[in-house]
Design a protein around this ligand. Structure first.
Ligand code: SAM
Length: 260
C-alpha cells in the first residue's frame, strides 16, 4: 500500500501532464464514453457525493460543476494538493481529504447520497472492506458507482499488430507488479515508479458488492471510443491500447445501490 501511495505521489505531475484529463465532463475511464453520452447519474444538484480515489481531482471538479456537493478522498498527498489547486482555479468548494478507501472511519454513517470511484479499485487489496465502508457511509437508497480498467486487457498482449492470449483469466485475483515509465519530453524528465495492483474478474467485483449488501443494478462494458472527454488522455491511451480497443471494452462500470 505504501509503495502504491509513494508511487502515485512520485508520478502525479507526469500523470497529469501526460494524460490531460478533462475537468468538464464526468469520466468513467479511458476510452469510455463520459457522462455526457451515457447519462447514468441523473440530476446531481444538492447531492452529497464522496469520490473514492479522486487523484488530482478532475472528476471531482466535473461532478461539482454538475451540482454535487463533493468530498474527494485519496491516500496520495501530492495528488490531493494538485486537486486542491485545480478546485481553487475553478473557484469550487470541494473538500479534499487524505484517506484510505478501506477505512472511512472519519466519515459518519449515512452521510453521503453517492459514492463514486473511477479507475482506483484495482489498487485496493481488501475490496470487501472498501465496499462495506462505502455501504456504511451511504444513506439507504444511496448509490455506489465503481469503474475501472476491464480485466480483459490484462490477459491479452499485442503481438505483430494483433492480439494474443498470453495470460490466464483471473479466476482468482492476480497480484501484478509493474513499472510505470514516462519518457523524457520537453520540460519533463524521464521517470519510473513501481506499482502493484490486483487483476480480478468482473464476477469477483460483482459478488463482493452483492455480499456487502449492495444491489448491482447495471454492469456496463461500453464500446471503446476515441471520442472520450479526456482529449489528451484518450490519445495517449489509444496509442497504448489500440490493439484491444478496436474490438474490446477498456473500461467497465458497475452501478450499485444500498437498499432502502
Ligand atoms: C488512476 S487514479 C484515478 C483518479 C480519478 N478517480 C480519475 O478517474 O481520474 C487512481 C488514484 O487512486 C488512488 N488510490 C489508490 N489506492 C487507494 C486507496 N487504497 N485509498 C485511497 N486512494 C487510493 C491513487 O493515489 C490515485 O490517485
Amino acid at each position: 500500500m505504501t509503495r502504491v501511495r509513494n508511487s502515485w505521489n512520485k508520478i502525479s505531475e507526469h500523470y497529469i501532464r501526460n494524460y490531460a484529463i478533462s475537468t468538464e465532463i464526468i469520466h468513467y475511464g479511458p476510452l469510455c464514453p463520459g457522462e455526457d453520452k451515457l447519462k447514468l447519474l441523473g440530476n446531481l444538484k444538492g447531492l452529497r457525493l464522496l469520490e473514492l480515489g479522486c487523484g488530482a481531482g478532475q472528476n471531482s471538479i466535473a461532478l461539482a460543476r454538475a451540482g454535487a456537493s463533493v468530498t474527494a478522498l485519496d491516500f496520495a498527498e501530492v495528488q490531493l494538493e494538485k486537486g486542491r489547486s485545480l478546485a481553487m482555479e475553478h473557484k469550487l468548494d470541494i473538500k479534499f481529504v487524505a484517506c484510505d478507501i478501506s477505512d472511512l472511519s472519519q466519515f459518519a454513517d449515512r452521510s453521503f447520497d453517492i459514492a463514486f470511484s473511477s479507475c482506483t479499485i484495482s489498487f485496493v487489496k481488501d475490496i470487501e472492506k472498501a465496499f462495506s465502508e462505502a455501504y456504511r457511509v451511504l444513506v439507504p437508497g444511496g448509490r455506489l458507482i465503481v469503474t475501472d480498467m476491464h480485466p480483459l486487457q490484462y490477459i491479452l498482449d499485442e503481438v505483430d499488430g494483433g492480439v494474443s492470449f498470453n495470460h490466464t483469466y483471473p479466476y482468482t485475483p492476480i497480484e501484478m507488479r509493474w513499472s510505470w515509465d514516462f519518457e523524457a519530453r520537453k520540460g519533463q524528465k524521464k521517470l519510473s515508479a513501481g506499482f502493484k495492483h490486483y487483476v480480478r474478474s468482473l464476477s469477483d467485483y460483482h459478488n463482493a458488492l452483492v455480499d456487502t449488501g449492495f444491489g448491482v443494478e447495471r454492469i456496463l462494458e461500453p464500446k471503446s471510443t476515441l471520442a472520450t472527454p479526456h482529449k489528451g488522455f484518450s490519445q495517449e491511451i489509444w496509442r497504448e491500447y489500440r490493439y484491444i480497443a478496436k474490438n474490446l471494452p477498456i473500461t467497465y462500470i458497475m452501478l450499485c445501490r444500498k437498499p432502502k
